[in-house]
Design a protein around this ligand. Structure first.
Ligand code: NAP
Length: 275
């Protein structure tokens, strides 16, 4: 693959900093050349991130490009999809990385977390799915905190309900405040239900509903990057943001050929783990 027209095209959401930024960096450093789209809600932060990566990886300077994308803004999602269509036609990998986590959040904060980490992510994925190549991959950056055992009993039961469908899952998300009242913090640094709940909703979507919308050769993964030192993860985290980028880039680098041993699974430290 030598010409830009034949490179695999990869979109990483929320990649102006943190794990997303490191994912883009590792892709530019990879022995496999990729065309990477670094996206950010704030254009000046996005442009700055691209510039710094071009300096760091001069051999790949032409392979990273910035495009504005605020996952909470439907107009931004639409413009982004139009730009992808006009510029590349298709993409080969979508990394849904953008996310927020606010400790001690108010009710409004909680709704904002569920929106950003789950409801908006579904809207973006729906919009980009028709633009995903026939053997494309979707990577969802989730968290071990999305485990059902970490959630309160009411939310857990709602997500385990065998009659749950996508419409009901969206209702669960919209009714999150009510359904998470019995949340009992499992760790001292996890102070409220919204962040774990947003990832539990995401895991349920990946496990039970998104696979039905994918083509036979398209791949899907939920990934826990580990607890990493970022603005979201805090300085107490044991891993670096670059460590957190390892598993996503490992999965991107694997052949574009579906492997039922790992496809559709929850992956951490390059290995399949239970949901
Ligand atoms: P981070 O450093 O705070 O980066 C989050 C990124 O998401 C930033 O680029 C941020 O942009 C972007 N973002 C937030 N809201 C957005 C929106 N509406 N539209 C577009 N971009 C938006 O956090 P991180 O630790 O790298 O987190 C990346 C992902 O890893 C998240 O999904 C997170 O839940 C997951 N994760 C992190 C850890 C950890 O320990 N760090 C552990 C498990 C999972 P701004 O700069 O504009 O805010």
């Amino acid at each position: 693959m030598n010409s830009n027209t034949t490179l695999r095209r990869i979109v990483v959401t929320g990649s102006n900093k943190g794990i997303g930024y490191e994912i883009v960096g590792k892709l530019l450093a990879s022995t496999t050349p990729y065309q990477v789209v670094l996206t950010a809600r704030n254009p000046s932060l996005g442009e700055k991130a691209v510039e710094s990566l071009r300096v760091k990886y001069p051999q790949s300077a032409g392979k990273v490009i910035f495009q504005q994308l605020d996952v909470n803004d439907e107009k931004s999602i639409s413009s982004f999809a139009d730009w992808i269509k006009a510029t590349f036609g298709k993409i080969d990998v979508l990394v849904n990385n953008a996310g927020v986590g606010l400790p001690n959040s108010t009710e409004e904060d909680k709704k904002f977390i569920i929106k950003t980490n789950f409801l908006s992510l579904i809207k973006l994925t729906d919009k980009l799915l028709p633009l995903l190549s026939e053997d494309g991959k979707i990577l969802m950056i989730s968290s071990a905190l999305g485990g059902l055992d970490i959630q309160g009993e009411t939310l857990r039961k709602a997500l385990e309900d065998p009659s749950l469908d996508l419409t009901k899952l969206l209702q669960v998300a919209n009714n999150f405040l009510e359904l998470s009242k019995d949340f009992n913090p499992p760790f001292p640094h996890i102070t409220d239900a919204a962040y774990p709940g947003s990832k539990a909703l995401l895991n349920t979507y990946v496990k039970r509903f998104l696979p039905q919308q994918l083509g036979a050769n398209q791949q899907l993964y939920a990934i826990c990057p580990g607890w990493c030192k970022t603005d979201l993860g805090s300085d107490y985290a044991p891993l670096t943001a670059a460590d957190g980028a390892d598993t996503p880039v490992y999965l991107i680098d694997l052949p574009f050929k579906k492997d039922s041993e790992i496809n559709g699974k929850f992956i951490t430290e390059r290995k399949v783990r239970g949901w």
